[in-house]
Ligand binder design. Structure first.
Ligand code: FAD
Length: 517
């Protein structure tokens, strides 16, 4: 096998498309099959209301790897970011507010109004994470290191204590060590996206893995994508096609086919068979092994481990069209720049954020979910009619399924509750809305194909990260079935729109074939 190798990629999520781009660039014969009528997976823009286009799922480009952008020439194929600074504003019910700037000193000065102690602590806090992230980020575009390798590296850099703190001290304790004010504690607690249990050891480690974005150098790639997140995947598709990849939509794979020597191809839902030397699955690990392979070629231990993978962390989306902007002047003054509304985070207290996790774990729709509100049209005029806007809220934590009842019963009420909540900060919000809808975790599962609506394919918890993602012994993108690879967010370094799993998986395939790009 070499340049004539036939590769089928199951799924046109951004990681499938990145893998396609690298493999097509190396002149392999690449076909991408997407079950939906639109490519992109969770990085997709759709016209939710006539004339109003919204990023259905992911909404902020904060961690897409520069190497991937450059290697695949995404800017040439239409990718464009409006960098945002402040990256978020955090209004609080007591009328106070913090703006989070890329410049730590500037954020610190904002915090000084709330607490001089926390203003100084902010610089020490930022330094702690910068030092952790500087080392961890080196492992983004490589297969993951073992814990022993990671420890050696931190030790070699005289930063062993940082790793020890990350692994053993819960995030909540670190927060309480640095800060005294409720506002700043609340603000920093929102960064533990998957580790809702911020009292658990390992929650700081996971936060550090996410903080790649918060402390990245290339702020020009942090922001709102022109045309929504779907333009990332459209540019990836154009790039892959220019290198010769073929991309088919409405092409759902029913089964991955295997023979004595490993993978042989795929069967589509319409009965069509496609032969392949290599199959890469962009679908999540549970879907890949339990549905598409239906357990074939796998031993019972492996299957048991796959079934036990955690997919408990879920979130919801609220999408709406607006005839005017929500009025945050109580926080920003009457003459404020609308660009401040690009990202607004609502989380009044540390207890509030903890409660949302406790409720979701117990199958309850919380009355205290963290809300990340985004109005991309303050930058991007292409997504709404002139003078109008689109707004989305990413809401976490919510249960993947509701214990006493069902999502369909509570969905409308949940949307109404979210609107009322935002009205506490921007009183005209309800009147400004033209139309709205809510996507529950069940809707996200049906639409995007994510098991349990899990936005990162698998929970990002310490036991499912680095050399244990998706499973210990299988973090190199290969699987027990020869010729079958994983390339999605269920592999290292995990979820978010990074391009990293697709990049890494493609490079493992090329190395196996003895090819370089
Ligand atoms: C609500 C929500 C909000 C988010 N917010 C952000 C954010 O703001 N920023 C950020 O960086 N990340 C965010 N994320 C996370 C990020 O979007 C995902 O982690 C990432 O997009 C996953 O990419 P992927 O390519 O690995 O997989 P996916 O995007 O899941 O793509 C998998 C693809 O495979 C297809 N597929 C599955 N089964 C089959 C089959 N049998 N046949 C053919 N095709 C199949 C699916 O249809 C899908 O297109 C968010 C995600 C969600 C859901």
């Amino acid at each position: 096998m070499g340049r004539n190798t036939r590769v089928v990629i199951v799924g046109a999520g951004h990681n499938g498309l990145v893998a396609a781009g690298y493999l097509a660039r190396a002149e392999l014969n690449v076909t991408v099959l997407e079950r939906r009528n639109v490519i992109g997976g969770a990085a997709v823009t759709e016209e939710w209301f006539p004339g109003y286009s919204i990023s259905t799922c992911s909404y902020i480009c904060h961690i897409l790897q520069k190497k991937v952008i450059d290697d695949l020439q995404l800017r040439k194929y239409g990718f464009h970011v409006y960098p945002i600074d402040p990256s978020r504003i955090h209004p609080f019910p007591n009328g106070k507010m913090v703006k989070l700037w890329h410049d730590d000193t500037r954020t610190s000065e904002d915090i000084r109004v709330i607490s001089p102690h926390d203003a100084d602590a902010w610089l020490e806090w930022a330094d702690f994470w910068h030092r952790a992230v500087r080392i961890l980020s080196d492992y983004y575009l490589t297969p993951p290191p073992s814990l022993a390798q990671l420890t050696d590296r931190f030790r070699a850099e005289n930063e062993e204590e940082i790793l020890e703190t990350l692994l053993t001290v819960p995030l909540k304790d670190i927060i309480n060590h640095y800060f005294e004010s409720d506002e700043v504690k609340a603000m920093v607690s929102t960064g533990a996206f998957d580790m809702g249990d911020i009292s658990a050891p390992g929650s700081a480690y996971i936060t550090a893995l996410y903080r790649y974005s918060a402390y990245r150098e290339d702020t020009e790639n942090y922001g709102i994508v022109r045309g929504g997140m779907g333009e990332i995947t459209q540019s990836m598709a154009r790039s892959a096609q220019a290198y010769g990849a073929s991309i088919r939509t409405d092409a759902e794979v029913k089964r991955i086919l295997i023979g004595n020597q490993g993978v042989t191809g795929v069967e589509l839902v319409n009965g069509e068979l496609l032969e392949a030397d290599i199959v890469m699955s962009n679908a999540d690990p549970k879907r890949t092994f339990l549905k598409l392979l239906n357990g074939s070629g796998l031993d019972t231990d492996f299957l048991g481990d796959i079934k036990s993978l955690k997919t408990e962390s879920a979130s919801a989306k609220f999408l709406c069209s607006l005839k005017e902007l929500p009025d945050f002047s109580a926080y920003l003054g009457s003459e404020y720049d609308p660009k401040n509304l690009a990202m607004v985070c609502i989380c009044p207290s540390l207890e509030y954020s903890e409660q949302s996790w406790i409720d979701s774990k117990n199958g309850k729709v919380s009355k205290t979910p963290i809300i990340q509100l985004q109005i991309p049209s303050v930058y991007d005029k292409t997504v709404a009619p002139e003078g109008h806007h689109v707004l989305s809220m990413w809401v976490y934590f919510v249960p993947s399924s509701v214990k006493d009842g069902s999502w369909s019963e509570v969905k409308q009420q949940f949307g109404e509750w979210l609107i009322n909540e935002v009205c506490k900060y921007a009183p005209n919000f309800r009147d400004a809305i033209i139309d709205w809808t809510v996507l529950t975790p069940e809707d996200i599962e049906d639409r995007i194909g994510l098991t349990d609506g899990n936005i990162r394919h698998l929970d990002m918890v310490p036991q499912q990260m680095m050399s244990r993602r998706p499973l210990a012994g299988w973090s190199d993108y290969q699987t027990p079935v020869k010729g079958l690879y994983l390339c999605g967010a269920g592999t290292h370094p995990g979820g978010e729109v990074t391009g990293a799993p697709g990049h890494n998986a493609a490079h493992v395939v090329l190395e196996k074939l003895g090819l370089t790009v």
